[in-house]
Design a protein around this ligand. Structure first.
Ligand code: ADP
Length: 677
């Protein structure tokens, strides 16, 4: 207490108001402060340099802080006060030795102050983080400050003056801004007007695979962004020049990534203006649109392909819109059906005026009104396909399908189908030909029937006089009309032979005619093949023997029973055997054999006779065909035997076939089904 009293007393000798001028709080505190209790001693003892500096500090509106003397006794001004926050340091920091006041940050600022005090060199710290205790905790506080030496009256370093500015708010705001642009996937860079890259966000640096230091300060077009892309640097340079002139520039650019990946970028260059409206920076913004581009391209290709399919589809296709059914889309096949092209945009009535009366427009109206599709088959359509030619008839298969929008309204119709004119006309031709051939067949059949009927009548008419000739010849030969000379008897024999031949011929003709007219009836019974073969053999055996031929009938498999007409079967076999005898020379051989499988029985008559020329094998089954007529005259034949036999065989569900070698013999095979059909 004594010291204070003494000091106050003593300091009355100095004008405190001139050392600590002004009305501020700190000036008042300084005036009231007991400086004698500090190593600075009484104010009256202070060197002039300290007094002057304190005056400047207290008067200055910039935060200032002075450390004086080896103990670094503190004096600060009003502008500095808010920096303490609620720390309890103010006002006790006044006159306090620096080391005692700033224990928590002394490791940071201690050496800096020490350096100034010993070397006299000023320091500059920009946005330096100096966490201090205030507001009840250790707070991150950023400062921009300088330490400068203040010299005392003898030119030695007396203290350190701090001129400082707390920049916490700005540093935090900048950090938040950076978080925004580093947090985005877009590529952002800040350029100076000459194109130097000033800043690049995290996404950009990751994309180009470089550190910040490697790209900042480099002209944008020389940056690794473009190192891989030919042509891009010039375009970028031109773009930057335009943006620097205040224009917003936007363009697409191919960019090759550092790993070789090809990308497409949508690049925007935004001119940034100051308050005076002058462009000062350029913000370059890049968006990777490769994926969008790829999808668009794929979509484009897909569309083109679909359009091509639509255009060239073999079916005709048209999309009609609105109540008038205006043509919206039409493919090639449609054009070729209607024979004209200039129809897109026109209502159907206008595009195809000739169909007005043909019911198509009414069908379209109905499909649009009801939503029910319409299917047309072979619909006749009269079209004026060429302006000068007469209207043409076309036939079409088609479907009219309603087109429904997402909201359920019906807005149009798809017509698709095919031109079936050719098919319809071809089918009509075939139908016409079928009818014609049917008529021809019926005509031929009836002509045949007339012929057969004629033959039957004629044969009957001929038989009566022939029988009379035979009868009267027999009477004369018997001598009933008087004695007969040897010469007359010879003549009578000739008459009788001719009469028999003629009668045989007529009988066969009659038989054949019956077959042809379909008037033959088959008397089907169970027939034992063995018995029929034996009967046929016994009938021809005398002839064979007379001609010196060997006739052998093979043993039939036992119990073969056929459901057929036994009389007609025997007639066929006798005919085949007679032919074999007729056309086989003396000493030859004839074999008749019988075989069966699950369905048929086969009787084969084989001879070692003269055989049949290959080109006649088919013809011998035709009526009146004889290979060598002169032989037949000798052999007493008509040329009807095989025709009748085959007709009979077929009439019984079987067939008659031949295999023959000229000069070696013939094999005739009769096949008959085991069961009547
Ligand atoms: P034809 O009354 O003349 O025998 P067919 O219809 O029975 O009449 O025979 C027709 C012709 O087929 C015969 O004229 C003969 O030329 C030929 N032909 C039939 N069978 C034989 C056979 N076994 N060998 C050689 N030729 C045959």
């Amino acid at each position: 207490m004594e010291g204070i009293g003494h000091a106050l007393d003593d300091d009355r000798s100095v004008n405190l108001a001139s050392v600590f001028p002004g009305n501020g709080e700190m000036a008042a505190r300084c005036r009231a402060f007991d400086w004698a209790s500090t190593p600075l001693g009484r104010v009256s003892s202070w060197p002039q340099s300290l007094r002057t500096t304190v005056g400047i500090v207290l008067a200055c509106r910039n935060p200032m802080f002075l450390w004086w003397g080896p103990e670094l006794i503190q004096i600060y001004n009003d502008a500095y006060r808010p920096s303490f926050g609620r720390s309890g340091r103010h006002p006790i920091a006044l006159g306090m030795p620096g080391r005692e006041c700033w224990t928590e940050i002394w490791p940071i600022i201690g050496p800096q102050i020490e350096q100034v005090m010993t070397t006299g060199e000023s320091t500059w710290h920009e946005d330096q983080l100096v966490p201090i205790e205030r507001n009840g905790r250790l707070e991150d506080v950023w400062w921009t400050y300088s330490y400068s030496p203040v010299f005392d009256d003898d030119g030695r370093i007396g203290g350190t003056l701090v001129v400082c500015q707390e920049t916490t708010q700005r540093v935090l705001a900048e950090g938040r801004l950076r978080a925004i642009y580093d947090g985005t996937f877009e590529y952002i860079g800040l350029l100076s007007l000459d194109g130097t890259l000033l800043e690049a966000n995290r996404a950009s640096l990751e994309f180009i695979g470089k550190s910040r230091d490697a790209v900042i300060g480099v002209p944008f077009w020389e940056s690794p962004w473009f190192a891989f892309t030919s042509g891009a640097p010039q375009a970028v340079r031109a773009g930057i020049a335009r943006a620097a002139a205040g224009e917003f520039v936007r363009y697409e650019s191919p960019i090759t990534r550092h790993n070789g990946e090809q990308r497409t970028f949508d690049i925007s260059l935004h001119p940034i203006r100051n308050e005076r409206g002058e462009t000062v920076f350029i913000v370059a913004e890049g968006r990777d649109i490769s994926e969008r581009q790829r999808l668009l391209n794929a979509l484009h290709v897909e569309r083109a392909r679909l359009a091509e399919v639509f255009r060239l589809a073999p079916s005709f296709l048209a999309v009609l819109r609105g109540p008038n059914h205006a043509f919206e889309l039409v493919n090639e096949a449609y054009y070729s059906v209607i024979g004209r092209r200039d129809i897109v945009g026109k209502p159907v009535i206008e595009a195809l005026p000739e169909v007005r009366q043909q019911g198509f427009v009414e069908i379209l109206d109905r499909v649009l009104a009801t939503g029910e599709p319409f299917v047309g088959r072979e619909q006749r359509l009269i079209l004026q396909r060429t302006p000068d030619a007469p209207p043409e008839e076309r036939y079409v298969d088609f479907v009219y399908q309603p087109l429904t929008e997402a909201d359920g309204t019906r807005s149009g119709i798809v017509a698709h189908g095919s031109d079936v004119t050719e098919q319809v006309l071809a089918r009509r031709d075939i139908e016409r030909l079928l009818i014609e051939s049917e008529e021809a067949r019926a005509e031929a059949e009836s002509a045949n029937r007339v012929k057969s009927e004629f033959l039957a009548i004629m044969s009957h008419e001929l038989r009566t006089p022939l029988n009379a000739i035979g009868g009267y010849a027999d009477l004369i030969e018997m001598g009933i009309r008087g004695p007969v000379t040897a010469e007359q008897r010879d003549d009578l024999h000739r008459i009788q032979m001719s009469q028999r031949h003629l009668l045989g011929l007529i009988n066969e003709v009659l038989n054949y005619a019956k077959l042809e007219t379909g008037t033959v009836e088959f008397d089907v019974t169970e027939v034992h093949m063995r018995e029929v073969l034996a009967a046929a053999e016994s009938l021809v055996a005398p002839q064979a023997k007379a001609k010196g031929l060997t006739l052998a009938v093979g043993d039939c498999p036992p119990n073969i029973v056929v459901h057929t007409d036994s009389e007609k079967l025997r007639q066929i076999l006798v005919n085949l055997l007679s032919n074999a005898i007729k056309f086989t020379d003396k000493g030859g051989r004839i074999d008749m054999t019988c075989l069966a499988d699950a369905k048929c029985v086969y009787v084969r008559v084989a001879d070692t006779g003269i055989g049949i020329p290959a080109d006649k094998l088919d013809a011998i089954f035709d009526p009146f065909v004889q290979v060598r007529p002169e032989l037949t005259r000798r052999h007493d034949g008509t040329g009807l035997g095989l025709a009748i036999s085959r007709d009979l065989a077929r009439g019984m569900g079987g067939d008659l076939t031949v295999v023959s070698t000229l000069g070696r013999g013939s094999h005739f095979t009769l096949s008959l089904p085991l069961y009547a059909q």
